[in-house]
Design a protein around this ligand. Structure first.
Ligand code: SF4
Ligand code: SF4
Length: 94
């Protein structure tokens, strides 16, 4: 079976349960050339767009990820984990 790329964010470090407001940091978004990531409000019943605790970064377009690890390396909170899938292992070895 083909292993897909996995990108996870620890929102206890950045986002609704963390100390970093992703709208003020945005470093992972800035360095990701293929624009895999998206900053968005949490989808609660009554989201408050002015509450920094209600915004998070997530990986949306996983198939575009090149596995460059720039987001992991630049994140000041060590909040991002990228586990390359089989297709990325191929790309990175060529
Ligand atoms: S590993 Fe690279 S391409 Fe993938 S999400 Fe992070 S910065 Fe973007
Ligand atoms: S680089 Fe890290 S701390 Fe900054 S917005 Fe992205 S996940 Fe949050």
């Amino acid at each position: 079976m083909v292993k897909k790329t996995k990108i996870t964010f620890d929102h206890s470090k950045c986002g609704f349960a963390g100390t970093t407001d992703p709208r003020e940091c945005r470093e992972c978004l800035r360095v990701c050339d293929p624009a895999v990531l998206l900053l968005h409000p949490t989808l609660e019943d009554h989201p408050d767009p002015h509450n920094p605790e209600k915004w998070i970064v997530d990986a949306i377009w996983l198939s575009k990820c090149t596995g460059c690890m720039r987001c992991v390396e630049i994140c000041p909170e060590n909040a991002i984990e990228v586990v390359p899938g089989d297709s990325l292992a191929y790309i990175r070895s060529t």
